[in-house]
Design a protein around this ligand. Structure first.
Ligand SMILES: Nc1nc2c(ncn2[C@@H]2O[C@H](COP(=O)(O)OP(=O)(O)OP(=O)(O)O)[C@@H](O)[C@H]2O)c(=O)[nH]1
Ligand SMILES: [Zn+2]
Length: 360
């Protein structure tokens, strides 16, 4: 069997080594390139085909991702999934607040471009968190500064990231396709697969268009007509360039910042949340109020001032992004549910202490 086409789509020895001779003789390898609500498309040596998976009792996104390699059987003019191959990397999203809901975003990715713009978006702490996501997924992160044309000395930022985070970084003008190709050349390798993450508006779509060498994605929040077979950003796609680079673009990647911060703030600062729950007043602002456990922890050194300030900063950022991405209504809901958790905890404490039932 020839695999020239599939190699360009990312087929590697790592996948080949998982096959038995029987599998190799009877089934064909295929890479998932597009997942729609209930339809899966794959790239095979022959071209793009529909993949059937049989009836499943859980959502596709819970067990298959764009980028996955599968083995499939040709039966009755259709392709049927026979086996999912082990992944070399996997990006997943843990839906906040629910124990088991996990959404797979992208599989078998080689490089993650962490995109941040040089005019307003740059923030070292946030960058660090994106890099955590990359490492979690088993990916090599590369920091890409966009909008280099709008600042005086883009190389200063590149140097800072190199120095502070010990990572590869480049600064590009995303509107200049040649500049993008030149600067990203080390990672735009035929057969490799990339994903891009970064806040809304930093220029991810612009960058993808520049890499593809054509306007495939809508940019600047402007929806173009879809009549020329353009991808809209609602689908989950593996895009393939003329130079055989693969880019996975999914809406989940676009929300990555949100789920990252929602989940991680609570996780990373659990000690602070636990302290805050014990404050005497339920609406304690952790300032001058009597019975504030945060203040007393700061006094005794149980909580360092540095850590507290870092938390406040991230919390402010989180609120900012929530506001931006979800609108004020969703933000209110978020704080309401946090306040409710604290309140119910305090009510319980009060009831335990007084033996009375508090009117709600
Ligand atoms: N001057 C300049 N403008 C840029 C650059 N990159 C992107 N832009 C502009 O920034 C705006 C946002 O770019 P997008 O590519 O839509 O940003 P995005 O990250 O895809 O945003 P979402 O789709 O919301 O995630 C657009 O108006 C782009 O033209 C750049 O390098 N230089
Ligand atoms: Zn307090």
């Amino acid at each position: 069997m020839q695999l020239d086409r599939l190699r360009r789509f990312g087929w590697k020895a790592f996948f080949m080594q998982q096959l038995s001779l029987v599998e190799w003789d009877n089934f064909i390898p295929a890479r998932i390139c597009n997942i729609q609500r209930d339809r899966i498309f794959v790239e095979t040596e022959q071209g793009k085909q529909l993949l059937r998976i049989g009836k499943q009792d859980c959502p596709i996104s819970a067990w298959l991702a764009v980028g996955d390699w599968v083995m499939a059987e040709e039966k009755e003019d259709c392709l049927w999934l026979t086996r999912l191959l082990d992944r070399s990397s996997l990006l997943r999203r843990q839906a906040a607040g629910q124990q088991t809901r996990e959404q797979l975003l992208a599989a078998n990715v080689d490089t993650m471009l962490v995109v941040t713009s040089l005019n307003q978006d740059y923030n070292l702490h946030r960058l660090q968190r994106y890099i955590m996501v990359a490492h979690d997924a088993g990916l090599e992160p590369v920091v890409v500064f966009t909008k280099a044309d709008l600042v005086e000395n883009p190389e200063n930022w590149v140097a800072e990231v190199g120095h502070e985070l010990n990572l590869n970084a480049v600064a590009v003008n995303g509107l200049d396709s040649q500049d993008v190709s030149r600067q990203l050349a080390p990672w735009l390798v035929p057969g490799e697969t990339l994903v891009l993450i970064g806040s809304s508006g930093v220029g991810k779509s612009t960058l993808i268009n520049a890499i593809l060498g054509q306007q495939v994605l809508d940019t600047g929040g402007i929806r173009k007509n879809d009549d020329k077979g353009r991808h809209t950003t609602t689908g989950r796609y593996l895009l393939h360039t003329e130079t055989d680079v693969n880019i996975i673009d999914t809406p989940g990647m676009r929300e990555v910042q949100l789920w990252l911060e929602e989940g991680q703030l609570a996780e990373v600062f659990d000690d602070i949340l636990q302290l805050a729950k014990q404050c005497y007043f339920r609406n304690c602002q952790h300032g001058e109020e009597p019975g504030c456990k945060i203040q007393s922890a700061l006094e005794t050194g149980l909580l360092s001032l540095d850590r507290w300030q870092h938390y406040l900063k991230l919390q402010k950022e989180e609120a900012h992004h929530l506001r931006q991405a979800q609108g004020i209504a969703a933000q209110r809901q978020h704080f309401k549910s946090f306040a409710k958790t604290v309140r119910s905890h305090q009510t319980e404490k009060w009831q335990l202490k007084t033996g009375k039932v508090k009117p709600s």
